[in-house]
Design a binder for this molecule. Structure first.
Ligand code: PEP
Ligand code: MN
Length: 449
């Protein structure tokens, strides 16, 4: 039964429909859309509001320098890749990176996947042309198909429900891996099996040895290891397709607030963060911890206005700014933003996304990134925060647990010619498993300094 308060809440949640919403699919069949969203409105939540609240506390800790956020996963998840082994490889990569960071920098790591919902993509062009043929752009498996055919590129609202179902299955697999003993710290060696030839793996093995020794020591001292059996692992994606996000938003009786239960954490992308736009309005009305991407054109005024709009109570952990400036720009652009926010006394958790400002086209035509640029942007992020005595709170990465060849460089020295070997991403290039570990070792040193 709906109450007056419920109705008022719902009216507010629907206010975005009166505003400009960029990057939305044009659904050809509104009746089909309505049928799907009304089913999703009654579907079980994918993320529990209480867990979103816990995450908010963790992100507040990261904002104070008492923890470090590690958020990672595909640029675009695909329905076809939602197999247990692929999901496990991704979770394992994030756990290994977290072990490296925790071990060498002695900092608790908040682990979050760009997973179980990262099915919608903003595009810089509405169209894609291949060999003289122009079709609508691919917008993520939640919207249309990646195959370059006219039929597949037509937005299909049934895909929203498919995205929900596959996200639920993915979340279930993640939960199994993170609570069922696989994530037990006593398994650190197991996670690395079979990869010893590579320098990052050999280095990881030494870290695992040290962790083993520490665990055996604590065991001999009679410590209780139940706490090591499972890890907290949160789910996140870009809140892009508002029909999907709205349909999964629930009134939480416990707090009297609305939560977007499609994930624990949602972020607003660089292309949809207009102050008077639909995305900012919608996310201002849900109680989840949220993020906003800030690119090199973001001004201190933009940052302050977004904070005022999205976190008027200045609640710690509510708002994360994910900066994606590019290696060549971060040292010039980030200080003014951090200074303005700090002087205004605004609580923000600062996270670096060293991927999206460093995308290039290789000579052979692949959309790629250089690992050296990625590392340089992370270094710049730490330098800026160190110089201002502010807190670098975390890392937002596009990565996979598989041995793909999408990003140039690293110990395996992936070259332009090597990209063709296993270039599998549907949108942006991801670090592969060993590049992810290499990056974690380097970041651990930056945190330690
Ligand atoms: C992304 O995270 O995949 C993305 C599109 O990022 P941005 O909004 O920062 O461009
Ligand atoms: Mn991307």
């Amino acid at each position: 039964m709906s109450t007056v308060a419920d109705d008022a809440l719902a009216a507010g949640l629907d206010h975005f429909r009166t505003l400009e919403a960029r990057q939305q699919p044009v659904w050809p069949d509104q009746d089909a859309l309505a049928a799907v969203t009304s089913r999703l409105e009654h579907a079980a939540p994918l993320a529990a509001p209480a867990d979103a609240d816990t995450l908010k506390e963790r992100l507040a800790a990261a904002g104070r320098g008492e923890a470090f956020l590690l958020q990672g996963g595909d640029c675009a998840e695909s329905f076809a890749d939602a197999h247990a082994d692929r999901i496990r490889n991704k979770v394992r990569t994030i756990l290994q990176m977290a072990v490296i960071l925790t071990h060498s920098a002695s900092t608790p790591v908040v682990k979050m996947g760009r997973m179980a919902g990262q099915y919608a993509k903003p595009r810089s062009s509405n169209e894609e042309t291949r060999e003289g043929v122009t079709l609508p752009a691919y917008r993520g498996d939640m919207v249309n198909g990646h195959a370059f055919t006219k039929e597949s590129r037509i937005p299909d609202p049934e895909r929203l429900e498919q995205a929900y179902r596959i996200s639920a299955a993915t979340a279930n697999v993640v939960r199994g891996f993170t609570t069922g003993g696989f994530a037990d710290l006593r398994q650190v060696h197991e996670w690395n099996r079979g990869f010893m030839a590579n320098p990052a793996y050999a280095r990881y093995e030494r870290t695992a040895d040290e962790i083993d020794r520490a665990i055996r020591f604590m065991d001999a001292c009679g410590a209780d290891f139940d706490a090591l059996r499972s890890v907290e692992f949160f789910l996140s994606h870009e809140a892009l397709v508002l029909d999907y996000e709205r349909a999964l938003t629930r009134h939480d009786q416990r707090t009297g607030r609305a939560y977007d239960t499609s994930a624990h954490f949602l972020w607003i992308g660089e292309r949809t963060r207009q102050l008077d736009g639909a995305h900012v309005d919608f996310l201002s009305r849900v109680a989840n911890p949220i993020g906003v991407k800030l690119g090199p054109t973001a001004t201190p005024q933009d940052a302050l206005a977004l904070a005022e709009r999205l976190n008027p109570d200045n609640e710690p952990g509510r708002l994360t700014f994910i900066t994606r400036m590019g290696a060549g720009k971060i040292r010039g652009v980030l200080p003014a933003l951090v200074e303005a926010v700090t002087w205004a006394g605004v609580n923000v958790t600062w996270v670096t996304d060293p991927m999206h400002g460093n995308t290039i086209t290789s000579e052979s035509g692949y959309k790629t990134r250089r690992l050296s640029d990625v590392l340089d942007e992370v270094a710049g992020f730490f330098e800026v925060h160190q110089a201002l005595s502010t807190v670098p709170g975390g890392l937002h990465m596009e990565l996979t647990g598989d041995d793909v060849t999408e990003v140039l460089g690293g110990a395996e020295q992936i070259s332009d010619a090597g990209l063709a070997l296993r270039y599998e991403t549907l949108v942006d290039p991801r670090l592969n498993h060993q590049q992810s570990l290499e990056l974690a070792f380097q970041v651990a040193e930056m945190i330690r300094q």
